[in-house]
Design a protein. Structure first.
Length: 179
C-alpha cells in the first residue's frame, strides 16, 4: 500500500539504506611513512571502507605493503550484512501494512538496528584509522560519506513513518469506539 504516506517514508528509507549499503562509509587519505625505508618519499595512502570491503591503495608500493595492511584491518562484512538486514526489514514492513501495531514494533526494532549499525560503523572506522595510522605520518578521516550519512537519514524517515502509523492506529481506534 504505497498510497499511505508512511509507506512512502518507509520506501524512501529502504532506498536510502540500499544506496548506502555499497557506498563508502569512511575515507582515509594521508602521506606514507615507512620504517623500512631510510627516507620518506612523496607517497600517499588511500583507504576507503564500505559495508562489504576495505579498499587500500599505497602509491607504487602496493605489492610490498597492501597485504601487510589488509591483514591487520578489521572485518567489515557484518556491517554489510546489517545494511542488508535493514533493507529486508524495511521491505517487509512496507509489504505487510495490515497490522499497524506489529508495524510500529518492527519500525522500533529497525531504528535500534540503525543505531547499532551507526555505532558499529564508527567503531570499525576508528579501528581502520588506527591501523592506517601506522602507515601514515598524517591522514585525514572523512566520515561524511554517504554510507554513514544514509543511516541517520533513514532513522528520521523511519521515525516519521512510525508517527503516521500511530496516527492511523489512533484514528481507527477512535472510529471503532464511535461504532
Amino acid at each position: 500500500m504505497i498510497q499511505r504516506i508512511q509507506s512512502l517514508f518507509l520506501l524512501v528509507s529502504l532506498l536510502v539504506v540500499l544506496s548506502g549499503t555499497f557506498a563508502p562509509i569512511i575515507s582515509l587519505k594521508g602521506d606514507f611513512k615507512s620504517e623500512k625505508e631510510a627516507e620518506t618519499t612523496d607517497r600517499s595512502v588511500d583507504v576507503e571502507m564500505s559495508g562489504f570491503y576495505i579498499k587500500t591503495a599505497i602509491a607504487d608500493l602496493e605489492d610490498q605493503y597492501n597485504a601487510e595492511m589488509e591483514a591487520q584491518l578489521p572485518p567489515t562484512f557484518p556491517l554489510g550484512l546489517g545494511y542488508l538486514v535493514l533493507v529486508i526489514l524495511n521491505g517487509f514492513i512496507i509489504i505487510n501494512p495490515t497490522d499497524r501495531v506489529r508495524q510500529m514494533k518492527l519500525i522500533v526494532f529497525s531504528i535500534v538496528l540503525h543505531v547499532v549499525l551507526l555505532i558499529g560503523a564508527v567503531i570499525t572506522g576508528n579501528a581502520v584509522a588506527s591501523v592506517v595510522e601506522g602507515y601514515n605520518s598524517y591522514f585525514e578521516i572523512n566520515y561524511f560519506n554517504w554510507g554513514l550519512i544514509a543511516l541517520p537519514v533513514s532513522i528520521v524517515l523511519c521515525i516519521l513513518a512510525r508517527i503516521f502509523i500511530k496516527k492511523d492506529e489512533e484514528l481507527v481506534r477512535s472510529v471503532d469506539r464511535i461504532r
